[in-house]
Design a protein. Sequence first.
Length: 299
Amino acid sequence: MADAVKFVSADVFTQTAASDQHESAFTQPVYTRLERSGVLARFLRETDPLTAILYWLEHVAGIRASGTQAVSAMLCRAIADIDRLINLQLNDIIHHAQLQQLEASWRGVLYLTEQTERHDREQKIKVKLLSLSWLELSKDITRAIDFDQSDFFKLIYDNEFDMPGGEPFGVLIGDYQISHQIRPGQLVNDLDTLKEVARTAAAAFAPFICSAHPSLFGVDHFSELGLVADIGSQFKQPEYVKWRALRAMEDARFLGVVLPQILMRSPYKDDGSRSESFVFKEALAHAENDYLWGNAAFA
């Protein structure tokens, strides 16, 4: 439990609800003191619930002997503190960018498989997953002498479409967001990679569908698209020369770039619809970052 508490950012412990009329027993300074003194470890090791409560009342709450009403009030406040901290911790965790990306991807796969089960009554459709980052795909394509020498081409074309008894792909869904400029952490322009992916998709007669990054339109979020005066004129600018060249390719007909993002799940509410043993409500301060948005290619 102590390690789980440390996993969350430290500022969680310093946040107090505006409506609190008492000092929380779990603020960061108090937590640090309890951990260093060994009180927290002793409390967590106790297997008997009653003994643990009595130990907590004496060493944490500072109550040795008091009436039932005072103890009950203290326990109620402690439970409220714990519920509030759990809310803060879970919101901190589920809104982490990496976890959001992972959850959105898996929910996209879940939606895809559910649609397959619903509409494929003859059970002829197969969904195959490939764990391959965009950076890994770009490196594979860049290192190849020609597009048909890449491992990606061999996997999609040689091993299936050009193989007797193979099972050619009907569509390739890429859980990627592409832009027209090199972004931090990238070595290759997305459009250079996408051009070679298009050639592979055309050879295998399997359309490749991915999504656009907001920066492709010169904005940080899709909600800002309305601020772009003339999208058509924007794509005529010199920085979009590779984009225009990609669109002019004959193999580009096997490419699909979709937008915007889609909502992968509804926000968690404290309406009793779930079975957790605590009350949890998802914080939604910023629509762009707090809602779980995912790749529209799955739709």
